[in-house]
Ligand binder design. Sequence first.
Ligand code: FDP
Length: 335
Amino acid sequence: MQKQLLTIERYLMETQKRHPEARGHLSKILMDIAFAAKIITRDVRRAGLLGILGSAGTINVQGEQVAKLDQVANQVMIEVLNSTGLLAAMASEEEESSIPITKITMGEYVVNFDPLDGSSNIDANVSIGTIFSILRHPRPGDKGRDSDLIQPGYRQVAAGYIIYGSSTMMVYTSGDGVHGFTLEPSIGEFLLSHPNIKIPEKGYIYSVNEAYSATWSDGIKSYVQSLKKADTATGKRYSLRYIGSLVADLHRTLQYGGIFLYPPDEKNPSGKLRILYEANPASMIFEQAGGAAVDGKKRVMEIEPSSLHCRTPLYIGSPENIKELLTHLEKYEKK
Ligand code: FDP
């Protein structure tokens, strides 16, 4: 079969056959997320028309409130995940506490997600995304609570993101490599387009909000400064790319290699990105693709999170770039 004709459903079923003990529950959750992604895609593609059809806080022709896109995406994720019957709890970037599941039959898994990441980019028609992290429920069968969702990244059983870019793509890992599926809009199916994604060992693009550099640590300043000279080993020069949509910056870094940094600064002394539904799923994907993700001292996936919305510094990318960054950080820590 041609690889472009393999749907995500078919792919999940095929890979499940390699694990005879699997009951297909994780695959079902992933299929449901792909379904939610199709609905969110439809709404994202109409985003520029919201002002014509009715904007947030206004009433549409049916007399209903028109919600903002991130609220719409949040609602879609909640409704679709609630109906799987396999979850005990979920948490969203948009909600302070965990979201109760009304339809529990198995309650084996919990999911953390950011329904629409990079939402400050929506009005400028720049790529945005959805990120998710799937973990086993530590108390299977019982109703989930916040503490069931607050688990370190190494416990994730699957993670992924959907990028709403020039095309919509879903990229996920369930611990067996990273696979990318592109939505074919005319048939409404995600088709395998990027099997077994591997990040280049080293890349020449760095991605960081350099406007905050005045309040970075000396180690980060020294590393970023070093990227402004040609690479000593290859003579190549670096480029800077920063979209400001985590999913889009990660997707580019995964494809082309290089490094993405969100260090602590004056405004965000612990970093800005949230561990459970941004840094952890990103880290599982990058590690599965041969990359690395650290908080400056250790693997992001080894951090013990303290709350649903806790944050971390994030340095993620090609293994060689991360190694070079750590050399700078260690040098300044010793000083
Ligand atoms: P946003 O605030 O637009 O939702 O975590 C949120 C996030 O975007 C990430 O998607 C993005 O990488 C980062 O914040 C951008 O932050 P800065 O504007 O501080 O660079």
